[in-house]
Design a protein around this ligand. Sequence first.
Ligand code: TEU
Length: 553
Amino acid sequence: MTAPTTAPARAHTPPDWRQDAVVYQVYPRSFADSDGDGCGDLAGIRSRLGYLRDLGVDALWISPFYTSPQADGGYDVADYRAVDPAYGTVGDADALIADAHALGLRVIVDIVPNHCSDQHPWFLQALREGTASPLRSRFHFRPGRGPDGEEPPNDWVSLFGGPAWTRTTGPGGTPGEWYLHLFSPQQPDFNWDSPAVQDEFRAILRFWLDLGADGFRVDVAHGLVKAPGLPDLGRHEQLGLLGEKLVPYFDQDGVHEIYRSWRSLLEEYPGQRIAVAEAWAKSFERTARYVRPDELHQAFNFKFLNAPWDATRLRELITTSLAAMHAVDAPTTWTLSNHDVVRHASRYAEGDPARGLRRARAAALLMLALPGSAYLYQGEELGLPEVTDIPDDMRHDPAFRRSDGGNGLRDGCRVPLPWSGRTAPYGFGPLPGGPTWLPQPDQWADLSVEAQNGDPRSVLELYRSALRIRRTDPALGAGRSVEWLDLAPGILAFRRDSEQGALVCTVNTTGEPVTVPTGGLGTLLLTSAGPQSCREDATALLQADSTSWWRTD
Ligand code: TEU
């Protein structure tokens, strides 16, 4: 595969990279497999760092690669300071970080503090030692309700389906206490009131910071502290409340003391180390609490991710997002996909894959024009769709097993990436015809990096062009606001100024071409769709479901 041109150095490096970094999420199991076992690994990621540098991103965030029984794709950690043998060794992680730094890339690792694996030594000891074990205070063990303790301690449900409690078996097989797990039974929740838990995670942060990691993505950042007494929620339908209503097991005020402690720890290290919160809160204002000046640096904007493809709705939530984050002097963080949600090329399709891809291309240019930081999910730069025909017996998502199949379809966005070649594994592994841990579609040959490399019409070259402009244009990147323009119904448009001129972003979220006046737009710089025709009468025809960037000096 020919190495594309190297990404240009930033023309305007902000004083703080955390204000406008473009971060690429690597799901290690599905990125690149160096040893042919069908599972991605750290050496595979290391071998592809040049691709990420040339794509033009600033950093990579790697989902968990720690020792894990893989009950939840590695988000069930059995040893926070060790690399699972399927991915390599701590030495491989050390070498990966060093190579990334040599290429000008930063490395963010995932931290999973809400829960561990049921194979974690602490939990195994708590089970082994029974009710009197002091280790039980590091988790949420409770006697059951009912005459024989046969009912769960409260009415909380697991996000993966079923009750959030599992009953243990005491000595001699007698029914014992229950333990809390907001996710799968293989993921017991830590009790963050425990000083031992608090101390352990400070030590874990130091371990990875000492190894050179540039920071952390904080898994379930909203879940660590539960309401005192673990009170009933009083509702059976709970999952629909998440992100909409306050529930006793998420977004409790006590979490912020933890993050103030973590922020002071990060500040001890040189190099502007970062922490980004996966925080599902019911409003932008509550999300903004996680990124106050003495807490974390960024928080994912899931309302942007979940927004409909509609100019009016997008303008409302972009305005609200920017205002909420500006109020705490934090950058806004935009993202369209991750390893938990249907890929946006399919989310936007509404039954028409071509429309979904058109909108995904347009949404990417919208996201990269907005002020703040942006997170890309591996494969979105290739326009990968969701894989919807994975046989049930090949699925790994624990939510699929625990729910009635209506939930837990996350394997569809985690299929190993296509790099080259015309048949699976498309260069994901070293062996022609070699295995992949999830099946890749036959139609992916034309979506591979090799197939798109150098093709000006491809999604890959669109991302490379957009990232190159974003790195060099002083009007893009960091910022706290945009100047909205009212060009025509269905058109989202805003202007971003700099001392060297302005950049205007126009987004046609309608399914029809729309004519807009070009006065004030300037020169067409980049467009997500086919050629935007500019006419002599000072108007331009914006193609359906397209975004364009315009430059005025
Ligand atoms: O996800 C947290 C979370 O809230 C998810 O359950 C999300 O709501 C759901 O997956 C959407 O379909 C984090 C990780 O990103 C996820 O992969 C893990 O399964 C989960 O935590 C438990 O660690």
